[in-house]
Design a protein around this ligand. Structure first.
Ligand code: SF4
Length: 338
């Protein structure tokens, strides 16, 4: 079936589902730990149940979604997650089921995720030295535990694991070549993500962004790389291969080279709102109609209306939005996943 398209003719292909808004880390670029600052999280009763997530995902697949990614907060904090994965994996028409984690709980859960049918894994890993890792995870993470989790995931059979690194100038940009050296030839894929003004908490400043071109130059001087084509329409990472054939590295450049023109991602928050952009200021509630007896057709009408009217291109208009006096509150990344 043909996926529904939005006002810029972008098809609905990807659904990112935040299964929990809580996290065991306090990453500087997402939910920074700050004196006197506390975060309020949803009560369990406000979370979509697995049955509700499954029902909504089936409707999104009927509208064109082929790729589902489970996110958070930290998704591995959601109890019994393998049960949901097992059921999602049975949905006809869904071609890919992936999960993004900070890796802290992988050593305990990797095997059960694999057995449940999780197909791909992405791990956020912003540094390989304990000091920087501590700084970037808000002194909540344990690097050794994450590295142990990665080994457990490999032993469980996860291949081509993607590793996301959010680079912040002056914090972890010294680690670029260490990270490349560590993953080069491993069969896994390292991706550098430009630091973004997601949510309202990270006090983002453009001077802290390390543009992908700069990272690429640093890598190429030491480890020559050459561009690769995209795997599919709407792929966020620009792919490069190591000239010596030892794998690839990617760049996600939302600030310096926005890719809104090919953005095919919808996001479902833990409490059942659909968001059409990572930088959205409001979502559309699906949980209320779902819990008050709406039929599948009625829910499909709501989702269709939201997507077909979609006109988000935040990253392309970042400068304009940030120049606006009235700066509307954006949804937080830990509420809808990256
Ligand atoms: S800024 Fe919004 S529209 Fe642009 S790529 Fe990101 S999520 Fe998509």
């Amino acid at each position: 079936m043909h996926p529904i398209t939005d006002s810029f003719n972008r098809p609905l292909h990807d659904l990112r589902i935040s299964v929990i808004d809580r996290c065991n880390f306090r990453c500087t670029y997402c939910m920074p730990e700050e004196e006197g600052k506390s975060y309020t999280f949803l009560k369990k009763s406000q979370w979509l149940s697995f049955g509700e997530i499954l029902r909504l995902t089936k409707l999104f697949v009927r509208l064109g979604v082929t790729k589902v990614r489970l996110t958070g907060g930290e998704p591995l904090l959601r109890p019994q997650l393998p049960e949901l994965i097992r059921d999602l994996n049975k949905i006809p028409g869904m071609e890919d089921l992936a999960l993004t984690t900070n890796g802290a709980l992988l050593s305990k859960q990797a095997q059960s995720l694999k057995d449940a049918g999780l197909r791909r894994l992405t791990v956020s890993l912003d540094a390989l030295d304990e000091k920087t890792f501590q700084q970037m995870s808000g002194r909540r993470g344990n690097l050794f535990e994450v590295l142990k989790g990665i080994t457990t995931a490999e032993d469980a059979g996860f291949e081509s694991i993607k590793f996301n690194v959010v680079l912040q100038r002056g914090i972890n940009d010294h680690a670029i070549l260490d990270l490349v050296k560590y993953f080069k030839g491993s069969g896994h894929i390292l991706r550098f993500i430009e630091y973004m003004d997601v949510g309202n908490c990270n006090h983002w400043e453009s001077k802290e962004v390390v543009p992908s071109r700069e990272i690429l130059k640093i890598i190429n001087e030491k480890y020559p790389i050459k561009p690769l084509g995209a795997n599919y329409f709407g792929e966020v990472a620009e792919r490069y291969a190591f000239a010596d054939g030892t794998g690839e590295v990617g760049f996600i450049s939302s600030v310096s080279q926005p890719f809104c023109g090919t953005c095919t991602r919808a996001r479902l928050s833990t409490d059942g709102k659909i968001y059409t952009c990572l930088f959205a200021t409001k979502g559309t509630d699906l949980r209320t109609p779902l819990r008050s007896g709406a039929t599948d057709e009625e829910l499909i009408t709501v989702i269709k209306n939201v997507w077909q009217k979609r006109a988000d291109k935040y990253s392309e208009n970042r400068a304009l939005f940030r120049s606006l006096k009235e700066n509307p509150q954006k949804v937080e990344m830990y509420q809808i996943g990256g």
